[in-house]
Design a binder for this molecule. Structure first.
Ligand SMILES: C[S@@+](CC[C@H](N)C(=O)[O-])C[C@H]1O[C@@H](n2cnc3c(N)ncnc32)[C@H](O)[C@@H]1O
Length: 437
């Protein structure tokens, strides 16, 4: 018997208990790697399936009035795009509580995964911003360490993997939708050098996590994070690594942010260079690289428009801004600021002279926020800065669509949009958008 929270009765007297099995027809994809079915009119979000399937699914949550959640137990009628899961540890023949997380589209043919990601992005833009988009999700190449077949099945691309640590010290990914550590024998999404170096059979008693990082130059790094006395992850000691993009080398801490797919940094560097409207670009304007990390996208702008271009890269992690200062050192017009973006923009809006305001309104702003997006406060501040163009690099389609709708309130129109499959076999998708007035 579930707890009282687990049982829900609606106004029609329909009720359900967690653990109940239902037969469901799956009709659509939703954001977040789950799919939509209906049971007696109520939406049920189902995992491990795809549109066009009939499945037997077990309810995992029935406490919400308007929707329930379920996980697939058995596929009764498979969709034509279903394939054997690329990772045995995440496959349907495992009990749902023992299925490894992080590859929630691995049972779907790669081309159709991209179609589903396109639908999620197009649907979010339509629903949240009223925009009809014909965006495609473009494939990207895998890196030099890939095995034959990796490009075809979307494996061998992940250059950063975090393994979690169980109470007894054994390591593994979390199970899907839980914090249960699952021991695994392989990591098919990982870069092949990373996978070979991963200490999957070693014990790390007392550790909080084990990060494995495969930089494009040098050897694979294994970073063991200890726990503090409250069980929180401690920072790992600084470990310098180097990443190469085109002709450029970036220095950074192995534990710091870097784009994850073997081709992601190069793809975004080129996409940002390509999408900027050169006619609207003013090298003397107060150009900004917001959420700048170690300077990847600022460098993309400098390398396209020349080293005298004025640009400030803003990032909250002081270690990342130290590296950004080094990485952009030969670029005379570049500067870096350690600050939260909202605080930086607040000061800009409050303190700028009228001459500086004119330089801001001629600016190109690169915006590459974390998964939650820029949000209303930052978008409203940007609206007050009134830059000439905004290049928005987004790893969450719904946050992007919300922020595009907010920017529309400040007169910005979506001019171009590209999307890239930088996370094959997961539901994630990266997009690069150009907005101007
Ligand atoms: C998606 S990453 C992009 C980094 C960089 N543009 C790149 O491509 O390598 C987002 C970055 O924003 C930083 N960040 C997160 N929240 C922030 C905030 N409120 N203000 C400034 N930076 C922030 C993170 O530390 C991270 O480096």
């Amino acid at each position: 018997m579930g707890s009282s929270n687990d049982i829900q009765a609606d106004s029609n007297g329909h009720s359900a208990e967690v653990g109940t099995e239902l037969e469901l027809d799956v009709t659509n994809v939703a954001h977040g790697g789950i799919f939509i079915a209906r049971h007696e009119g109520r939406v049920v979000f189902v995992s491990d399936t795809l549109p066009g399937e009939r499945v037997r699914a077990r309810l995992t949550s029935a406490s919400h009035k308007s929707f329930w959640r379920a996980e697939t137990v058995e596929v009764l009628t498979p969709a034509p795009e279903r394939q054997p899961h690329i990772w045995a540890a995440a496959a349907l023949d495992r009990d749902p509580v023992d299925r490894a997380g992080g590859a929630e589209f691995g049972h779907i043919e790669l081309g159709f995964q991209r179609e589903l990601k396109r639908q999620v992005l197009a649907d979010a833009l339509k629903r949240m911003a009223g925009i009809e988009s014909e965006v495609m999700v473009e494939p990207v190449p895998v890196g030099p360490n890939a095995s034959p077949g990796d490009a075809a099945d979307g494996t061998g691309w992940r250059t950063r993997v975090r393994l979690h640590v169980d109470e007894d010290g054994s390591v593994g990914p979390y199970a899907a939708r839980s914090h249960r550590v699952i021991p695994v024998g392989d990591l098919p999404l990982a870069d092949r050098l990373l996978e070979a170096a991963a200490p999957l059979d070693k014990m790390f008693p007392g550790a909080a996590s084990v990060d494995i990082v495969a930089p494009s130059l040098g050897t694979v790094q294994i970073l063991v994070a200890e726990q503090d006395d409250k069980g929180r992850r401690r920072h790992t000691p600084k470990t310098l690594i180097r990443e190469v993009v085109g002709e450029r080398e970036f220095r950074l801490d192995a534990a710091g942010f870097w784009q994850v797919h073997t081709s992601a940094a190069e793809t975004l560097y080129r996409a940002v260079q390509d999408i900027i409207d050169a006619d609207a670009f003013d090298p003397r304007a107060a150009n900004l690289d917001l959420y700048g990390g170690v300077g990847l996208l600022a460098a993309a702008v400098g390398d396209r428009f020349g080293s005298t271009v004025r640009m400030t890269s803003v990032e909250s992690d002081p270690q990342a801004t130290d590296f950004a200062a080094e990485n952009l050192a030969e670029w005379v017009g570049a500067s870096v600021q350690t600050s939260r973006v909202d605080r930086f923009l607040n000061a800009l809006v409050r303190d700028s002279s009228s001459a500086e305001k004119a330089r801001q309104s001629a600016a190109t702003v690169i915006l590459d926020p974390p998964r939650s997006g820029a949000g209303k406060e930052v978008i409203d501040l940007l609206g007050a800065v009134e830059p000439a163009q905004i290049v928005y690099v987004a790893c969450d389609p719904v946050a992007l669509a919300r922020d595009i709708a907010l920017l529309a309130g400040h007169g910005y129109i979506l001019r171009r949009l590209r999307a890239f499959d930088l996370f094959p076999n997961t539901h994630h998708v990266e997009a690069v958008a150009l907005l101007s007035r």
